[in-house]
Design a protein around this ligand. Structure first.
Ligand SMILES: CCCC/C=C\CC(=O)SCCNC(=O)CCNC(=O)[C@H](O)C(C)(C)COP(=O)(O)OP(=O)(O)OC[C@H]1O[C@@H](n2cnc3c(N)ncnc32)[C@H](O)[C@@H]1OP(=O)(O)O
Length: 322
């Protein structure tokens, strides 16, 4: 397609739609059954679809799919995929959800048109409530192992993700939720929520690979204090200690991430390889010890004392409503 001309000779050759990538626009048009051999202009788009230009443009530029608690929106203009967790009530990570995240991240990784991912939540006030506690309370042995392996696999994929990942933390983000956020390259959090590794409060222990990330971000001393006490940082505290990179009003979280992404104009190979050099020691360490890690998890969870504490914690969440 030659910019500046309209193959239908409508006389508006001077005002073609100005997309950043003409080929992508044509592909989008083909899916709407426009004649692919023809260039197009605003006038024709409007006359054929009967839609407003803005609506047409939005449709060309993004595709949205929803599956297994995840919404995937692909903006083909920017190459940014927004992966939105949408599993009420609190986006807790159960076996199926972890498997779904693992699979979806794999698909996004293979998508040649995607250069970056925004990980966010479709739920009000919650980014992710962490692991689904009901998976660990009075568990079935086989499912418990599968659950943990799925968490390991999903984390390895997210943490080693070759494309840029940014977390738009639009709500509370305890324990496993904090892990998701910490695994991204950049974190923007909304005001007045909490984030952190609070595992000890549930009577459980964050595994080494959670702790490695914490120490990498907070340093040894602060990690020792925060982990032992199960501290949840307010958004503002999280900013101070470097757990998140920006704190903004809720409605500004996504625009802030998008702006940040637009400023990361770094050659993809150099950025990806640098990330790999910095991170591979951690995910490979887990990859090489996955079985041992699973056995220690199962051993811990099966302790009678741990089961009692998890039961009480679950009950306290339910009692909040009474
Ligand atoms: C060796 C082990 C290593 C383990 C590594 C990681 C561990 C974890 O990730 S453990 C999970 C840690 N998460 C938490 O401690 C968060 C607990 N939840 C909350 O604090 C609040 O629910 C939250 C602030 C997220 C949201 O508050 P509200 O909006 O007020 O919602 P409710 O508290 O009323 O919750 C609604 C509903 O969801 C249930 N719920 C909440 N969190 C979880 C969870 N993590 N797993 C399972 N279920 C959860 C809660 O009980 C309510 O259920 P109902 O009463 O049946 O509606």
């Amino acid at each position: 397609m030659r910019a500046g001309t309209c193959a239908w000779n409508c006389g508006r050759g001077g005002s073609p739609l100005r997309y950043a990538n003409a080929e992508r626009s044509m592909a989008a048009l083909r899916t709407l059954r426009f004649p692919s051999c023809l260039a197009f202009c605003r006038k024709h788009v409007n006359s054929i679809t009967g839609r407003s230009f803005a609506k047409c443009q939005a449709r060309f530029l993004s595709s949205v799919t929803e599956r297994d608690g995840l919404q995937v929106s692909h903006n083909s203009n920017t190459g940014v995929v927004t992966l939105s967790m949408n599993k009420p009530p609190v986006n807790s990570l159960n076996l199926e959800f972890l498997q779904s995240m693992h699979k979806t991240l794999g698909e996004i990784q293979d998508d040649q048109d995607c250069r970056a991912v925004i990980l966010t939540s479709g739920l009000t006030n919650i980014f992710c409530a962490g692991l689904d506690i009901t998976e660990m309370y009075q568990p079935d042995d086989k499912r418990l192992r599968e659950f943990w392996t799925s968490l390991q696999d999903m984390w390895i994929r997210l943490y080693s993700f070759p494309k840029t990942t940014m977390a738009a933390i639009t709500g509370h983000s305890p324990a496993g939720g904090a892990l998701l956020a910490m695994s991204c390259d950049y974190r923007v959090m909304a005001e007045n929520f909490t984030i952190g590794l609070n595992e000890t409060k549930l009577g459980i222990v964050a595994p080494t690979w959670f702790i490695d990330l914490y120490v990498g971000i907070l340093g040894q001393r602060l990690s020792e204090l925060a982990l032992q006490t199960g501290k949840l940082f307010t958004s503002e505290e999280a900013l101070k200690v470097g757990l998140v990179d920006q704190v903004v009003p809720l409605n500004d979280v996504i625009p802030t991430v998008e702006k940040e992404l637009s400023e990361w104009k770094i050659p993809a190979l150099a950025r990806g390889m640098t990330k790999d050099v910095l991170r591979r020691i951690y995910w490979r360490k887990l990859q090489e010890t996955q079985d041992v890690d699973t056995e220690s998890f199962v051993f811990l969870i099966k302790q009678e004392k741990v089961q009692q504490t998890l039961g009480l914690y679950l009950q306290s969440l339910k009692n909040k409503k009474k």
